[in-house]
Design a protein around this ligand. Sequence first.
Ligand code: FM0
Length: 325
Amino acid sequence: MRATAKAHTNIALIKYWGKRNEELILPTNNSLSVTLDGFYTETTVHFKEHFEQDKFILNNETISGVMYERVTKYLDLFREHANKKNLYAEVISMNKVPTAAGFASSASGFAALAAATAKALELNLSKQDLSRFTRQGSGSACRSVYGGFVEWEKGEANDGSDSFAIQIAPQDHWDIRIAAVVLTAKEKDVSSRVGMKRTVDTSVFYDGWLESLPADLHAIKEGIKARDFEKVGSIAEANCLKMHATTLGANPPFTYWQDNTMTVMQAVQELRKENVPAYFTIDAGPNVKVLYLPEDEEKVLEKLHATEEVSDVIVSKVGEGISYV
Ligand code: FM0
């Protein structure tokens, strides 16, 4: 009753930003991401007959408190499904997501945890079922079940049965690069969970965001299929700006940007003026991710490293989905 799984993190090109059901983690909109090869979590789940409670070890540290509760509550979903209510596990997780890189590790974390747990319990889940389970740990994690380019179908059903990720194009479809630009952090974050809820509940811009999404999704999928980098990059950048605009219309208003976030955004726009196709996207934090093509790597990295307050740049290729170790 033991299994090890590895999952990569992903970055959304069309953002998931809002839930219609918080308990089941059902989103208000479809989102689309690319899985990254540079950042992953490897997790071993070992169910032991004599255990009286779960144990969670992350990066060699025993975890208690809120993070432990979230994991053990998540394992309950699997226990219920397997009809093994009193079976507890030791969970050992290693995050190869440089915490400073501004990538939330929850996507790779919950995807690896779901896969290892299902395998340890011999549940024989399809990838679709696995994606549904993963979604209930953290929404964006359901996209990390697959490699390459992935869409999370929001679904319509109240029970979440039709809300899961599907692969749009495999890892080897298109070699694009993603640079994570690490900035000197200045302020404390509003978590994505809290930020998206406040936005859904109060933002005067939220309806406009939702209305704009079907067209973005349709066009970006065409662009990915045709490997049209400027189309994909410009849609992703605009989608990111719209998502962040919704936070300014919330009550109380907030933003994830710092002054150095804008400095990097401007550096990327300058690259385009210099005829280097590069585009940015930003999640619920100040750090910026830059999309570019392999042939432009030197110019992009040179520009980013020369930008003030950039403390590190970590390059990633398109990554694979869940694997078992
Ligand atoms: O990844 O409340 O998955 O589509 O990263 O755990 O379901 O941490 F920019 C924000 C991720 C949101 C966009 O939210 O939330 C994206 C975001 P949970 P997540």
